[in-house]
Design a protein around this ligand. Structure first.
Ligand SMILES: [Mn+2]
Length: 387
């Protein structure tokens, strides 16, 4: 049975977009860098014959040569595993690429050209085809017309690209994959794990093994792929098992603050989103929703600071509205400034909704609350952060 470990989009060296503080930013950067060590460890444990790395292994601009040197030494410790690397848009094979700065062990193949190259693994009946990005842009449909040479092999195609014919990031048409008849397209570029069956081909994007920003919600990891020949025809049964690898997850959750009327209760509610272990492990984005007691001052920056040791990372988003009683203000007989202001803004909101302009409706709704804050509390409380 063929046993293949497929990882991609590690993005070692990437500056994080999570607004982490300096110390935790370094911790996170290191965790991303060493994820490759855990992947190699997994491949050893599973007796894999092949490791596929489908691009964006590191950041051309930010990565240190010492990391790439460490990677080359690491891969040399598993001489029995054949390792294939296909440079992507963040680590293209430029003349000054770090890929060219170190000596790679014999078990490593880097697909350095934008033309398909082939490596035949005679002992296990596998042909690996691959190509790499040679600049930061690649708009050509490089897979078009590609066909493996021998149908009796297990044919793997390794590259970094976008499974969309109209993409500007090495567009891959599903039709091109189907026409190729390859057994397995090992792709990189998408940061969420994605598996598709196109024709007779298994198509896998492993996603990033560690979440890189707040969009990367949920489990992140690699794929363990096995293939078994079906002996009455030139075909294989391919299985793809997702293996979680992320040392921390990104969590995006909501907390309804309706009815909470003291600061202590808010703090306790935030702390109760998860057990202490999970809170301290993961990176949290918590949206505070519902209707907030207007008497309760909520300084989110202060609250984040106060709770910072209880979470690996905590970002609070103000999505609540103050719990003003609007009914008496909506009564047309009420001629007060507040009432006329509220009715005008409500009318703007209603009109925007009628026109299908959701954004304008939200703006009108927020403006109404800002105005009421100003009129009642003498200050405007920011309830949306620019993100
Ligand atoms: Mn990427």
């Amino acid at each position: 049975m063929l046993r293949i470990v497929h990882a991609g989009d590690i993005h070692a060296g990437r500056p994080l977009s999570l607004e982490l503080d300096r110390e935790r930013g370094y911790v996170r950067r290191r965790e991303i860098e060493i994820s490759l060590w855990r992947i190699v460890e997994f491949a050893k444990e599973e007796n894999a014959q092949i490791i596929l790395l489908s691009g964006d292994l590191f950041e051309h601009i930010y990565t240190r040569q010492s990391w790439v040197k460490d990677v080359s030494l690491l891969l040399g410790t598993v001489p029995g595993i054949r390792i294939f690397i296909s440079p992507g848009n963040h680590d293209p094979m430029l003349p000054d690429s770090l890929y060219r700065s170190v000596q790679w062990p014999d078990n490593v193949t880097i697909f350095a050209s934008d033309n398909f190259a082939k490596v035949s693994l005679e002992d296990i009946g596998v042909d690996v085809y691959g190509l790499g990005w040679v600049s930061f842009t690649e708009r050509r449909r490089l897979v078009q017309g590609f066909k493996p040479e021998r149908a009796d092999r297990f044919n793997i195609v390794l590259l970094h690209g976008d499974l969309s014919e109209t993409s500007t990031y090495l567009p891959i048409s599903p039709r091109d994959i189907e026409m190729s008849g390859a057994d397995y397209f090992a792709l990189g570029h998408y940061h969420a794990p994605t598996v598709r069956d196109i024709g007779r081909t298994k198509v896998i994007y492993p996603g990033c093994p560690e979440p890189l920003d707040f969009g990367d919600k949920g489990e992140r990891g690699i794929y363990f792929v096995t293939a078994e020949p079906v002996d009455w025809e030139e075909d294989f049964v391919v299985t793809a098992e997702f293996v979680p690898m992320a040392s921390r997850l990104v969590r995006e959750e909501e907390l309804d603050v309706t009815g909470i009327d003291t600061g202590e209760k808010i703090r306790n509610a935030i702390l109760s989103v998860a057990s202490p272990d999970i809170r301290k492990r993961d990176m949290w984005q918590l949206s505070l929703t519902g209707r907030l007691d207007p008497d309760l001052p909520l300084e989110l920056d202060v609250l984040e600071q106060e709770l910072r040791d209880n979470f690996f990372h905590l970002r609070l988003l103000p999505k609540f509205v103050p719990d003003y009683d609007l009914d008496p203000l909506l009564d047309p007989s009420n001629k007060s400034l507040e009432a006329r202001f509220v009715r005008t803004l409500k009318e703007l909101e209603r009109q925007a909704l009628k026109d299908g302009d959701d954004r304008a409706a939200k703006v009108a709704n927020l403006a109404m609350y800002y105005g009421l804050d100003a009129l009642r509390q003498g200050e405007i409380i920011a309830r949306r952060r620019m993100t």
